[in-house]
Design a protein around this ligand. Sequence first.
Ligand SMILES: Nc1ncnc2c1ncn2[C@@H]1O[C@@H]2COP(=O)(O)O[C@H]2[C@H]1O
Length: 922
Amino acid sequence: MGCSPSTLLSHNNPDGDDAHHATDTQLSGAGTALAASGGGGGEKESSLFFCIKLRRSRPLRRCSQQNGGGDGSAGSGGTGSAINGDDLLGHGNMCNQALLNPAQTKNEADYDKICSGKKDSIVTVAALGNFTHTVVRRATGSTGTSGTTSSGGASKPEKRKSSIALTPEDESIEVYLRSLMDVKFPTVLPPNPQLKALLVFHKSDNICEVVTEACHRQQLDVTVARTKEGALDTLTNTNEEFYHLIIIDARSTKHLDAEYIARSIRHTNGHHFTTIIAVVKKSFFEKDDVLIALLDAGVNRCVPETTNLSMCNIELKQILHSIVRPHNVMSTQQALYTALHRLKEVILITDNHLRIQYANRAAERLLNMRLDEIISKPLADIFISDVSTIMIHGRKNKEFDEILTVRRKGQEDVAMHVRVIPVACIGRTPTHYVFNLDVPGSHGDFVATLPQAREAPRGSQHSIRRGSVDVRSVASDGLRRTSLAKLTSLPLEAPITKENCSPDEARLIDKVMEFLKREGLYSPQMKEIRTDDPIATDLIGALLTGPSLYSSRRSSNDSIIRVGGRQSTCMPAKMKATPHIMELLEESLSWEFDIFKLEEITEKRPLLYLGMEMFRRFNVFATLNIDENVCKSWLAVIEANYHANNSYHNSTHAADVMQATGCFLTQLAAKDMGMDHTDEAIALIAAAAHDVDHPGRSSAFLCNSRNTLALLYNDLCVLESHHASITFRLTLSDDKVNIFKNLDTESYKSVRSVVIDMILATEMTRHFEHLAKFVSIFGSDEEPKDIVQSEEESSILIRRMMIKVADVSNPSRQPSYCIEWARRIAEEYFTQTDEEKAKTLPIVMPMFDRNTCSIPKSQIGFIEYIIQDMMHAWDSFIDMPQLVTYMQINYSQWKKFEEQGVHTLADVKSKQHSLSVKKSAK
Ligand SMILES: Nc1ncnc2c1ncn2[C@@H]1O[C@@H]2COP(=O)(O)O[C@H]2[C@H]1O
């Protein structure tokens, strides 16, 4: 046995005695992984780590990662065993492994001494990063070689007795133990600098003094803050400041708000794994809710105040041992997973039944599938070759190394060099297999050179400047692509100009303008509508202008609108997914999906069926940690609260928006811009619920008719506020439909705020503001570094734009669907006008009279003023040229209809009929 790579997936018991843990291989294995990544510089490279295998009864051998192990049995060849700590001990040798920084090793570890071959020598060597200590002790008590602290290791070890047989006079004993503690966790290289503690106490009373003294006894580097601002400043202001442990005085809320401080720390970058302790009054433990509040805020543990130094010391020791150290390890592992995820090489990890459990980004790219399509897949599905020999090798703890053919979704198969390492998290039989795939002969770059046809630019912010399809070649209907220059120059001018100022000042003004645009301080005006186009004026005016326009008109107290108070209790969600429905839903992520067919074959319950399909495809059940039946009931309740008698704003529209959202999420993921699972779930939920309980009348109508909703929301964003509000009222009304019930308080809050934000973004009066912000960020010619925009701010803009586009994507659907949507919305508008007339209410859109209105004209205006720029911007960002293509085709079609004198609903219906007859004749 030599130095063996170990598993990332193993679960070591963090407790237990020190001597035992010194034999753990996890650290050494991971260390070799790092050594490998160090690039094989041999002993000259001080960043490399060597494994030293120490045996009780045989001379010590030293091996580097490069030569594959002391006795050569566990190299990269085919005879290696499953990587397992116990295995190293399993041959009757008392074998320890540890890491040595080679530079230190040469000077400090006396190999000859270690290799003296004395039978009773238990030797442990630990060297950890810049806190390098090599301590070599013999259990007999005679002095071994002790190490020194390298640069950066400022620890002053305290003398103490060891629980194992070490000489009491040894000066490095504390350091030794500390290093030893670190090697016992399944980690690579836990950050092991001087442990730092921040004490947040508003004054230095005796409790604070005892805590401070205890920290000093544990050799913590202590900083004290007296106010919450001071504490938070320390975390954010100082360069790369971090603390392993933060102790907050939570005895009284008068001086310090511990809950607030803890929450803020958790939200500070880089402090997810900081251990937060709250010092509380003894009586505190009687108040369960206070305890929960602190824990919810991110506190790891509450400890009672004490003036007893030794009690405090013991408590602190336990905290360091059982919370701080595992946190340290977890943060290291997290970093490793991140690195693994970004590796150029393809890594897959399966369980012992060869079901895929983990795939890194390169694997997603190779397989041309997204992570959630890969996870849980049987390995046999991604290889054309027979994979049974992998198991056969694995059961014998042998590595596998062969050429296999990999299936790539929608792409040509490819022969890959596949190396498989069996690993055991527990026991000796492999529990997992780690796969490393590469093209034979290539040097890790193959995946990066895969056909880039569907490749998107990488990075967190994606500009829409990159070339998109030349839409002029797609349609020759006179509709011209609006240039991005035009988009970015939406009428956002402020009353200052750049004329007569220096270039520097002009640049500054540009920056300020850019900022102002993004902050929405300047609401862009809509494009000037041609006065000879009264239908467009009516429609666009109604969509983009607030209710004030109508308030001066006549009003009535009377309205037939009854909103809310519909189906709010849980209803049994009966679903009968017939083969027909199932077959149709197979296409549910296609832009050509037939939502009207689904409406028909589900007997007007498309949202339930499509919703379940989307939730399943995007793993929403797992993301929300919720039972499928709860999701089913939720969808059923939401669907029941859409008004089936609305011709447009019914559950088919909701399903359509959800379907479009699913397409966009898929495309974002395919372009390497994918959202995380929670954001995907939120987007789908918001889409499903975004128009729930829509009365089939506009907000202006509700204001004019003094509807209670308009009164409730002060005429502002009446409908959207109502959709968001009722979504949550319905969801929380019954545990059986509460899809959020398993979220913790923080997650629920953030999910809620994003759902609300997305629903409110569908409000059309802010259409150009949202569009302008989106374009100013993603269509900017500046590099993202010049744009002050956090990742979160960017994703807010993307989410808003996504739901907006989905909401009004009907002119970008294939022609027959586009016409049907136009017919439905026109019917709804006409019904509103009918009612306004009947009740002598102000008429919001007088041109939308069923006897006179030209539907093609309304669609031409809608596309020209609302849809066109938005689709170009979105297509340029997400790369879905079909959005623009269909829009162009539909626009031409409406123009033709207009020329042919097609105006009314009856005309459009007859056109629809003749089109469908033509289609079926083909
Ligand atoms: N094809 C269309 N023609 C005219 N107006 C539309 C069309 N599609 C959507 N809309 C309007 O755009 C609005 C977007 O928000 P709502 O769904 O609340 O209401 C929608 C309709 O009023």
